[in-house]
Design a protein around this ligand. Sequence first.
Ligand code: UDP
Ligand code: MG
Length: 196
Amino acid sequence: MAKPQDERTLVLVKPDGVIRGLIGETILRFEKRGLKIIALKMVWPTSEHIDQHYPSHNEWFSNVGSRTSEFFKNKNIDVKEHFGTENAVEIGKQVKDWLLDYMTVGPVVAMVIEGMHAITTVRKLVGHTYPIEALPGTIRGDFSVDTPSAANVEKRVVKNIVHASGNEDEAMHEIEHWFSPEEIHHYKRADEHIMF
Ligand code: UDP
Ligand code: MG
């Protein structure tokens, strides 16, 4: 097993983050925490590339759909009125369709980040999927208030500035999907020997 400080994850500054000028702010937060950028590029993705980036199995659809339903229920909004169904898998599929539109409206900045438990550390810095729920101090919580109750009603996804791999399997798939091995670099940060 890799050492905790060698864990890798994939981050995308999504089109809304790029268009809003939040590339530097996003990267700064990872660097300040002691994480290392080991690959970086700007890409205007195709719809096919985004389709393959996100999972297409029922477990993921169901997970996304049930979180949406739960949120709507808490806000007393009728999920069926807006999605035409209460089925979590169907709702998840609808969200994925909207993701293909949203993630292809402009370029994204893709990066591989390496560092101490990088997958969970980065997710903490990024914050809750719904910016309205994200804590201040996180990227999504500092720069957005978007919410499914506004987004899904307008038939679009929640704009939340960044993507970060959710677990080891996603990280492995996503790093391979966005970068060739030659694009990933090995170097030491000058402060590594002091930090840990
Ligand atoms: N999403 C959405 N509504 C939802 C769930 C997800 O618009 O109810 C969008 C949102 O942009 C999110 C992306 O779909 O970032 C992928 O969903 P996931 O559950 O993987 O969230 P993440 O891992 O990005 O926090
Ligand atoms: Mg995810």
